[in-house]
Design a protein around this ligand. Structure first.
Ligand code: SF4
Ligand code: SF4
Ligand code: FES
Length: 255
């Protein structure tokens, strides 16, 4: 009796051999932490073979699925959209799904992002980050009453905050900020980016309230303009520029 076709093209042994010959070695040094078995963190090393265009996230999956199922990491979309797999790679904050193996082979270190409490391995507690985000009213507050049809906005007005709409809340910026590392009270660059997106939205009516919040000692004037945040942003948002714009609006009431 003929077997049912799965619809998939059968893999040929020649394809497998070609793929195997293209693979490169990658030694991953991963900072581990598990408070249930040890108080301090430690390093583990894993050797994997990956295709050059595989992502670092694929390599971490390889470790978790074939070497050590206890490795804890966050991820969801695998396409640089959800922002959940921010990690520190060779000392720089990156999305694991946006780093190609060929960029880091033959070896790289992977650590949890800094400045937030580590829960297990590469997973941090994001609550302090989201507390800063929530504090700046990160949502549109339009004039009261229903519009007849819609709330119009010109292309020029929309362009004013275009850059900061691209944020995916990955925390790469905030957790690369030396001020945030040393001062838990600082709202951090991601929260300021979120505030910027609404402060300059012509349909919003509480910009002054947000500026007031960000003029407090936990706000924008904690920033020392070191640009770590801009360098870390996987969406290429001009984070420091946005912060400077908010500072100027507070100082000169111009927006
Ligand atoms: S520019 Fe400001 S917010 Fe960005 S990393 Fe430097 S101090 Fe932090
Ligand atoms: S500004 Fe960039 S780095 Fe910061 S949270 Fe948004 S996307 Fe991530
Ligand atoms: S897994 Fe969603 S951004 Fe990387």
């Amino acid at each position: 009796m003929p077997r049912e076709s799965s619809g998939e093209v059968p893999e040929r042994s020649g394809d497998r051999q070609t793929e195997a010959s293209q693979k490169v070695s990658l030694r991953l040094k991963i900072r581990r932490y598990n408070p249930e078995i040890r108080e301090d963190s430690w390093w583990d090393e894993f050797d994997v073979r990956m295709l050059p265009n595989d992502r670092l996230l694929d390599a971490l999956h390889e470790v978790k699925w074939r070497h050590d199922g206890t490795l804890a990491l966050r991820r969801s979309c695998a396409h640089a959209i959800c922002g959940s797999d921010a990690v520190t790679v060779n000392g720089r904050n990156r999305l694991a799904c946006k780093v190609l193996v060929k960029e880091v082979a033959p070896r790289c270190t992977v650590e949890p992002i800094r400045g937030l409490p580590v829960l297990k391995d590469l997973i941090v507690d994001m609550e302090p980050f989201f507390a800063g985000y929530r504090s700046v009213l990160p949502y549109l507050v339009p004039e009261e009453g229903e519009p007849d049809k819609e709330r119009p906005q010109s292309p020029e007005d929309r362009h004013r905050f275009d850059d900061t709409t691209k944020c995916i809340l990955c925390a790469c910026c905030t957790t690369s900020c030396p001020i945030f590392w040393g001062d838990e009270g600082y709202v951090g660059p991601a929260a300021i980016v979120a505030a910027h997106r609404f402060i300059y939205d012509s349909r919003d009516r509480v910009a002054q309230e947000r500026l007031q919040i960000l003029s407090a000692k936990t706000g924008v004037f904690r920033c020392r303009t070191t640009f770590n945040c801009t360098e870390a942003c996987p969406r290429s948002i001009q984070v420091t520029k946005a912060i400077q714009e908010v500072k100027r609006s507070i100082l000169f009431d111009r927006f």
